[in-house]
Design a protein around this ligand. Sequence first.
Ligand SMILES: [Zn+2]
Length: 427
Amino acid sequence: MLPALALAAVVTFATFALEGCRMSQNSDAPTQPVATSQVKGGGDDPRSMHARAILIDMHADTVQRMIDEGADINTRLADGHLDAPRMKEGGLDAQFFSIWVEPQYFGGGGKSAVERADKQIAAVRALAEQHPETWELATTAADIRRIAAAGRLAALMGLEGGYAIDERLENVEKYYRLGVRYMSPAWSVSLSWAGSSGDAAGETRGLNEFGRAVIREMNRLGIMVDVSHVSDQTFWDIVETSTEPVIATHSGVRSIVNVPRNLTDDQLRALARTGGLCAVVFYPRFIEPGWQEAQARVDAEIAPLVAEASRTANGTPAQKKLARDRVREREYAKRLPPVSVARVVDHIDYIVKLVGVDHVGVGSDFDGIQSVPHDLSTVADFPNLTAELLRRGYSESDIDKILGGNMLRVMEEVERPTGGQSGSTGK
Ligand SMILES: [Zn+2]
């Protein structure tokens, strides 16, 4: 292997290990699966209850597939975690699509980072424009309620990392106008103005003055602040600066799995005090104790396979990454022990016991992770999450809050900024 390729592989692995990104396992379950066909109307059975609830998933990386692989999510796909038919089966009403710029390929700012974000936004908007019978672009809680009541799917957008802001405050409003309704200041690579949980710079970096100005601008416009990937220092600077509820769109509990992507008890309490919430991620690395150590062993074993897939794949660096991820997904399913939806609910349960049922939600990270719980392996399996919550004794009203009610409350609050004049585009 050429030195340049070796370096690229190391950088890619480091980035992957920090973020986690793609797919599926199968094996037997400790929980009782619920049939996944959606049943509308009354009734007290889990399926009816699940169908009545408004379900909002705070994070999926599907747009990268749409762009880099040409995946048409209006049809049932043979792979991946999300498409319209499976959303309907799983009773998933609203999806926040991650607008993610990988700094390694597109830069931590500048023209290509901006273009990469804008291209993803255009793809989500095109989905709604070309398939209005199925999709509608949503930017408010009222939009989600209306679209769900009509039996259609709500598409929403969040910026994962502020690279496309390109260090210009006016670009925050640009993305608000394009429909973006949350932003995580950093993904796994720190910016000059915001530290990430994923690199050495983030160990000491929080928000600088520009970073604080970005948070205030987000508050003014009505863009939710997402802390899922930021450094601990950035987290505390955000909580101190924001006058609106703060959310984590795809994280877990650090007391259960000690990784920087998860939140400490103090951080969960702080989010609750802002009126925000933590949407629990489904990635085994962040939710299953011991999984990341086992994953590291498997990564060492499969390194030649991954390198070979990368070498033989055609296309852009982003397309080569997808080829590598596909090998990881296949080998993890074979070589790592299965993880259950019950583990996702362990994290939900922990947060509920710590700060109450009003401060938790769901953020799958589907299509961005190479391993998933075997009984929560695509959006079609969401009824299994409701079944597990019921099994643990949660009431229907609590389940409504966890699946989407809490997020609707946060969105409504953030849509009515208290810190200044609202954006001129209407809310
Ligand atoms: Zn992420």
